[in-house]
Design a protein around this ligand. Structure first.
Ligand SMILES: C[S@@+](CC[C@H](N)C(=O)[O-])C[C@H]1O[C@@H](n2cnc3c(N)ncnc32)[C@H](O)[C@@H]1O
Length: 366
């Protein structure tokens, strides 16, 4: 039964039904709707703060070394050459979003900003923020994508242009996840593992393993135009001389069978659709020697999607901008791994919100 939008005309809350006057009935808050409307502005407020160098300017050492400066909007506008009233509105917005501290009209970094939003922060996301949602134009056409079953301008049309800045932006986070994963996986106890890293980006997983195992070697794959980033990062981390770079499509490049101790599929399955993801898992299985291990990192949707909002929205981001991308569930991934012949499945969370399945190819499987 459709009820009236006007409280005084509602049939569902008349005293006969609920035992108290309709005026006692409190309608639900509109806050969740406003939070979504504000999402677009909030994103651009943060992107503008990063682009204008607000966080870096506030983290530069001032008169008191070690104490981040706290400046007024006018002082900061002067330093950055910006319009003071406009900057003040931006700084107040960052403060209400919990991304800056504001005390008595002076602004400073809070712990979140210092860690994640300064260029040199220990877990900097400064270069990730602008590219994380994918091409922004695709979001404006989401309804069309859902009508048509594919985006008008998918990332696949020009993957290198999209992935280059993305993997630059995700590198620090993924390297932390890959390094911390050793606490659960103990790859550092392996003598000289051979690693296969498909769609490696900046190769955070291969680098973490090569740093921990001085005898380890790695085959690193990515597309032409992206693999150059892995050349640079592996050189910076002093492991490039133990890497063999294999540019090309991970579905078709040549891979030696039964050769590797660790195969990595890091955040590449959710863009490939079920068939593509299963093909990559099968390729990893074939590449591993018996007792070799697969690491499959992704954002897995929980049995009830509401339990994993981050994963649901990351999957949605894929769907908005790729031809085959979808949210992938933990159960679906586990079934793919078992169907491919993997055993001893484990789901680990090396750092918050970063998950990886590990699975072993049993002895006696081709
Ligand atoms: C989300 S990034 C993940 C990078 C890295 N594995 C990580 O975990 O941080 C996806 C990577 O897959 C690469 N990629 C996408 N399609 C590919 C393909 N068909 N063949 C090889 N690499 C591909 C992209 O260039 C990008 O570097």
């Amino acid at each position: 039964m459709a009820d009236s939008p006007y409280p005084e005309l509602k049939k569902s809350h008349v005293p006969e039904r609920v035992g108290r006057p309709w005026s006692d009935h409190k309608p639900p808050p509109s806050a969740p709707v406003w939070a979504v409307i504000g999402g677009l502005g909030s994103f651009h407020v943060l992107v503008a703060g990063l682009e204008l160098g607000v966080f870096d300017a506030l983290s530069d050492r001032g008169a008191n070394p070690g104490i981040p400066p706290e400046l007024t909007a006018a002082e900061l506008a002067d330093e950055l050459g910006l319009s003071a009233p406009h900057l003040e509105a931006l700084l107040d917005s960052l403060a209400v979003l919990g991304l800056l501290e504001r005390v008595s009209g002076r602004y400073g970094l809070n712990d979140t900003a210092a860690r994640y939003l300064t260029t040199d922060g220990p877990a900097s996301m400064a270069s990730l923020v602008p590219v994380a949602p994918g091409p922004l134009d695709n979001w404006s056409h989401l309804a069309d994508t859902i009508r048509a079953g594919r985006p008008a301008h998918p990332i696949e049309d020009n993957p290198a242009d999209f992935y280059r800045p993305l993997v630059e932006g995700t590198f620090t986070t993924m390297l932390r996840a890959a390094t911390r994963a050793d606490l659960q996986l103990r790859y550092s106890a392996m003598a000289g593992p051979r690693v296969l890293d498909l769609g490696a980006g900046g190769a955070p997983w291969a680098i973490a393993i090569l740093k921990a195992c001085p005898e380890a070697t790695a085959v690193i794959n990515d597309l032409d135009g992206v693999i150059e980033i892995a050349h640079r990062t592996t050189t910076e981390y002093g492991v490039a001389n133990r890497c063999n770079f294999r540019p090309g499509n991970f579905h078709t490049i040549e891979i030696e069978p039964e050769c590797y101790d660790i195969a990595v599929l890091g955040h590449i399955c959710r863009t490939e659709g079920p068939e593509g993801a299963q093909h990559l898992i099968a390729r990893a299985h074939e590449a591993l020697r018996p007792e070799g291990r697969l690491l499959l990192a992704d954002y897995f949707v929980a049995p009830e999607p509401q339990w994993s909002p981050h994963s649901v929205l990351m999957g949605m981001t894929m769907m908005a901008s790729t031809v085959r991308g979808f949210p992938i569930t933990a159960a679906q991934t586990a079934n793919w791994l078992k169907d491919a012949g993997f055993k001893a499945l484990r789901l680990i969370e090396p750092i918050g919100h970063q998950y990886a399945y590990t699975a072993t190819k049993p002895k006696g499987t081709p």
